[in-house]
Design a protein around this ligand. Sequence first.
Ligand SMILES: Cc1cc2nc3c(=O)[nH]c(=O)nc-3n(C[C@H](O)[C@H](O)[C@H](O)COP(=O)(O)O)c2cc1C
Length: 317
Amino acid sequence: MKNFWKQLKPPFLALAPMAGLTDSAYRTICRKNGADVVYTEMISIDALHYDSKKTLKMIEFNKKEKPVVLQLFGKRPELISKAVKIVEQAGYDGIDLNFGCPAKKVVAHEGGITLLKNLDLCHELVQAVCESTKLPVSVKTRVSIGKGKAKVTVLDFLDKIKDLPVSCLMLHGRTYEQAFSGEIDYEMMKAAKEKFKGVVIGNGGISEPEDAGKMLELTGVDGIGIARAIYGRPWIFQQTKDYIKKGKYSHPDLKKIKKIVLEHAEYNFQTKGEHGIVEMRKHLCWYFRGFPQATKLRQKLVRVETVQDIKKVLQGI
Ligand SMILES: Cc1cc2nc3c(=O)[nH]c(=O)nc-3n(C[C@H](O)[C@H](O)[C@H](O)COP(=O)(O)O)c2cc1C
């Protein structure tokens, strides 16, 4: 089985995993607008093991997304092999393990970033995935968790798993304690890049294409992972590509934005039916944030029920 990570030409761009957002429709849109690889929302190992219908539906994807990586979360190594077989059969290109999530409900069950406090368990989990699949395995974490003597860093984590064939690390350059804001620790990211033998994707705080340029320069990472900056602007991938290559980029005009929005809505409807349109409402508000008469427009956007409704609102802009 080919390892697609080795075929991506640095610097490449990844859509970082986001629960509730990086579904099949949005991943497709991001791939079409410059992302080189896309990650799913985090998927529960336990739910796959116990054949949760909802989760099996969630992992459906379309070929236009490829290469697409499915991110698993959980802390029970004994459930991994069945979960991994399901992911393989679904046709994914890679499997990622979540060691970075700071969400209360994940941390309360000692999952996500808190796993770093038990490096033996981290090793067991990564080993269980590597031994269950021929797909390339990746991990995602943060620069550290804890303070003083209790502090565990990504470097400790990398030391612990160095005997395992892990192809890629996505590193969010913030600590657990910082959650989603504050300075990015470029030095720790650079040290992780120097230590890890696989591909490293830098993530965190990329709001504009220029931020990606800065991260590449300061850390030497192979790729950049973008998360929140995609809200209402999936074209940030193409802009970032242009910036890295030519030092400049342009903004899509209204006609192009409308085309992308409709395409996004249609994919959402195809994959999730009417509920997909309800979920599309938040994306619509993001797409047209800051437009003239934004409040009036927003009132219309949060009421749409069909693709046709969306078309009608767009005709009036
Ligand atoms: C709404 C939301 C959901 C997220 N879900 C996940 C997830 O499922 N798995 C994961 O590893 N990280 C998740 N993250 C973290 C992002 O992948 C990323 O590491 C973080 O947002 C920092 O990148 P940014 O500054 O570009 O947003 C999530 C972040 C947000 C805002």
